[in-house]
Design a protein around this ligand. Structure first.
Ligand code: FAD
Ligand code: GLY
Length: 401
């Protein structure tokens, strides 16, 4: 991707003017869908498009394997988005002329010891109870799928529905599709304030420039709570949750793994061009960008226990990313008490998985004033302790002609 890009939206589009803060997977996917629908969309990104948490991600589309007790409501939207993914990927590839590296071999969760197997069984029973389709595997069945698994293996679970996408290719494809659809992209361009007047959003301040808009979408990832000018009533409770990860280099002709693999303390994601992503730490360290010996050691040790043959692989890359995490670890989507100011943030560990649902939900709300049912529990209103905030979302189309 080129940096220092300033590409203005195509004059042919005549729908509402929408200004989006942040060109991560959320901002780009929403921008693409809105521009396709004829809106005049400008996306502002202070760095390079797609180089925030979206770049740091592992690209797992893991609605089933990551389902945890207490997240039943989240499961409705994660499964919806997972179901949207195959068509979303096909359409995006056609629109951008680029592959997004979608792979559907499925996900394997392994338990090295009998204690691990007992924990895995409890999770499996819980997930089965939710109607998720998972298969319990013997060690021999697991090894048939992944011959390089380590010697300690008590049991495994296979999830056929949990696929993966190459998140970096995804970002590049979204950027290209957004531009092709007529969107305007402003990279290396920091939004310095959100502008409001008489209780509604009127646009953005970008340095000494004012950008007028009918709707403003705040999709600034882990930085979403920090935007100057953001009215307190619309401030999303979002914080950064640090993740360290690394990439090993496999022989693409003879990869050590073909499925996404979860083992105690790690996941491993094999890419078609030979990368093996190993992730990730989950750390409450604010915006601390340090790669640490302890973090990387823990990942490598856990990966080596699961697949000992990784010890021969070269380390290609290591990085830190910041998950945008809300108070209940679920996304914050749609309206705020400030008319015309919308949120698409707080996606925590699921922003790539939730991209199709996020794009569809925000586009529909902006164009028709309606949020799709699976997105309705995830407005800002759920955090409110004031009557103004706890009212259900305000449904009305924005600035359409
Ligand atoms: P970002 O991608 O961070 O984009 C926000 C953008 O806003 C940034 O580019 C930033 O520069 C820009 N911005 C901020 N402030 C301003 C401003 N004032 N002006 C202009 N621009 C601004 N999710 C999955 O679904 N599957 C996974 O396997 C997965 N693995 C992960 C592994 C790691 C290590 C991490 C860190 C995250 C992972 N996630 C995963 C989570 C996922 O990456 C995020 O939820 C998702 O990328 C969030 O996207 P976003 O667009 O909200 O944020
Ligand atoms: N979903 C994987 C992660 O956030 O690390």
């Amino acid at each position: 991707m080129d940096s220092h890009q300033e590409i203005r939206s195509r004059p042919g589009n005549s729908g509402p003017r929408v200004a989006i803060v942040g060109a991560g997977v959320c901002g780009l996917a929403i921008g693409w869908r809105l521009a396709q629908a004829g809106a005049r969309v400008e996306v502002f990104e202070r760095g390079q498009a797609g180089h925030g948490a979206t770049w740091a991600s592992a690209g797992m589309l893991a609605a089933a394997a990551e389902a945890e007790p207490g997240e039943e409501r989240l499961l409705e939207i994660t499964r919806w988005s997972q179901g949207l993914w195959p068509d979303f990927a096909r359409e995006l590839e056609a629109a951008s002329g680029r592959s997004v590296g979608y792979r559907d071999e499925g996900t394997l969760v392994v338990a090295p010891t009998r204690d691990d197997a007992a924990r895995l069984r409890a999770t499996y029973d819980y997930q089965n109870g939710l109607g998720l389709e998972l298969d319990w595997l013997s060690p021999a069945e697991a090894r048939r799928r992944e011959p390089f698994l380590g010697p300690n293996l008590a049991a495994a679970v296979f999830s056929a529905a949990d696929h993966q996408v190459d998140n970096r290719r995804l970002a590049e494809a979204l950027r290209a599709a957004f531009l092709t659809a007529g969107g305007g992209l402003h990279e290396e361009t920091e939004v310095t304030a959100i502008e409001t007047a008489a209780g509604r959003a009127t646009g953005l301040e970008v340095g000494n420039r004012r950008v007028a808009a009918d709707a403003v979408v705040l999709a600034a990832g882990a930085w979403s709570a920090e935007l100057p000018g953001l009215p307190e009533a619309a401030r999303p409770p979002v914080r950064p949750v640090k993740g360290q990860a690394l990439a090993l280099a496999m022989d693409p002709e003879a990869p050590l793994l073909t499925h996404v693999l979860w083992a105690p303390g790690i996941y491993m994601v094999p890419r078609s061009e030979g990368s093996l992503i190993v992730g990730a730490t989950v750390e409450e360290k604010g915006f601390d960008e340090k790669l640490t010996a302890g973090g990387i050691f823990a990942l490598l040790e856990a990966a080596w226990r699961a697949v000992p043959a990784i010890e021969e692989l070269a380390i290609d890359d290591m990085w830190v990313g910041f998950r945008p995490t809300s108070r209940d670890d679920a996304p914050i989507l749609g309206p705020t008490p400030v008319e015309g100011l919308l949120l698409a943030t707080g996606h925590h560990r699921n922003g790539i998985l939730l991209a199709p649902a996020t794009a569809h939900s925000l586009t529909r709300f902006i164009l028709s004033g309606d949020l799709p049912a699976p997105a309705r529990p995830f407005t800002l209103a759920r955090f409110a302790d004031t009557p103004a905030l706890s009212a259900p979302f305000a449904g009305h189309a924005i600035g359409g002609r």
